[in-house]
Design a protein around this ligand. Structure first.
Ligand code: FES
Length: 235
């Protein structure tokens, strides 16, 4: 059954399993305003990479509209920039990305005795390859059972390395400050965390390259990957 949320006080209908972004696009809401600096807020990449679609649901910390399933009755607004209340974390190695490569690296490094901090943008491990199907009914995409077994085996190793591995879910890498500290936007806690590791593993997967042709930043312009996600998962 369809539901509805409120964008800036106006009702937007969504279908079961749709993301906020999919419902807003269907409602013709392409321009999400200017709270993200000079660029307009909008659906662009569809995979959580560009951060152009950040929204706040019921005033909570930002979430990506393209990744977040719509919920009925909630109030949705543009997200505010992260609060710069910085908390310092300790780690030998920072792993960015909780897909199969990032988890494998984190488990191996923690198994060698290093203190590892794994930062993942979503609220669960798995990365884009294990992204939940957002359409209606069961996914038409068949999973490779051998690959699924290996992934489950990897997940089973996470608790085995104990407190040498710390997971920070819903944490997005903002960048590196002038002192070489890596800044993580912890969206669960609504604050920024800083870590200065000895080494960094970037396991963020493949992201298509966007060429800045005139007009690329306009609302309604989306990447080929964004179109693919919209066609696959959001009915
Ligand atoms: S992060 Fe949502 S469209 Fe890019």
């Amino acid at each position: 059954m369809d539901g509805a949320f409120f964008w800036l006080g106006h009702p937007v209908v969504f279908r079961p399993g749709e993301t906020f972004a999919a419902a807003m696009r269907r409602a013709g809401l392409y321009d999400l305003g200017s709270a993200m600096g000079t660029l307009r807020g909008r659906y662009f990449c569809g995979i959580g990479a560009c951060q152009a679609c950040l929204l706040s649901v019921n005033g909570a910390a930002p979430v990506e509209a393209c990744l977040t399933p719509a919920r009925s009755g909630v109030q949705v607004t543009l997200a505010a920039p992260p609060a710069l209340r910085c908390i310092v974390l300790q780690a030998d190695v920072l792993v960015v990305g909780g897909g199969p490569a990032g988890v494998a690296a984190a488990v191996d490094l923690a198994g060698m005795g290093w203190r590892v901090l794994l930062a993942e943008q979503r609220d669960r491990l798995g990365g884009a390859v294990h992204r939940a199907y957002a359409g209606v009914g069961t996914s038409p995409i068949k999973r490779n059972s051998r690959h699924e077994r290996r992934w489950q085996g990897l997940l089973d190793q996470v608790p085995q390395v104990g407190d040498r591995l710390t997971l920070h879910l819903q944490s997005v890498l903002l960048g590196v400050d002038s002192e070489g500290s890596y800044l993580l936007d912890d969206r669960r806690a609504a604050r920024v965390r800083s870590v200065r590791p000895k080494a960094v593993v970037m396991a963020v997967g493949g992201v298509e390259r966007v060429l800045p042709v005139p007009g690329w930043e306009l609302p309604g312009v989306i990447t080929a990957g964004g179109m693919q996600v919209a066609a696959q998962g959001n009915r």
